[in-house]
Design a protein around this ligand. Structure first.
Ligand code: 5GP
Ligand code: ZN
Length: 137
């Protein structure tokens, strides 16, 4: 896709620090790392997010994220790894080409981000559970 920076990086049109590459994916270092070794798994195929991409490409990217997480943990002696993947501006996505963040974590590196707590009631949670379940059929 024209004017997509991650298409250009994934397909090698713009050179970048590459951890791994195969026919369908490239793993690059994040330009603004949250921690040392923060990498991004990019499909070479353009798709804005999980909704635009086929399941096979998404599944392959996650399998690759596991492989990179294992490599980064060993290579950098990390204590843990965060895997993040944002879909849509409201979810914090800033680059509109699907990518998975693989972020090495070290003991006491920064206070762990607590998940925001919405305060949803049990009733609201049950209703949401039923609604989502309907769309799973
Ligand atoms: P998002 O917020 O969309 O989940 O994450 C986008 C990530 O891409 C950010 O962590 C940002 O630092 C990284 N990023 C943005 N532009 C570039 C770039 O040109 N090259 C690389 N390597 N990373 C980038
Ligand atoms: Zn793209």
């Amino acid at each position: 896709m024209e004017n997509c920076i991650f298409c250009k990086l994934a397909n090698g049109e713009i050179p970048t620090n590459t951890v791994y590459e195969d026919e369908n994916y490239r793993v690059i270092m994040d330009a603004n790392p949250a921690n040392i070794g923060h990498s991004l798994v990019l499909p070479k195929k353009h798709g804005k997010d999980i909704f635009e991409l086929d399941s096979e490409t998404v599944a392959g990217a996650h399998a690759l994220a596991k492989k990179v997480a294992e490599a980064a943990k060993k290579a950098l002696d990390a204590d843990g790894i965060n895997i993040l993947q944002n879909n849509g501006e409201s979810a914090g996505q800033t680059v509109m080409h699907f990518h998975i963040h693989v972020i090495p974590r070290f003991k006491n590196d920064w206070p762990s981000m607590p998940m925001h707590q919405s305060g949803a009631t049990d009733e609201e949670t049950k209703a949401a559970c039923a609604k989502i379940g309907e769309f799973m059929k």
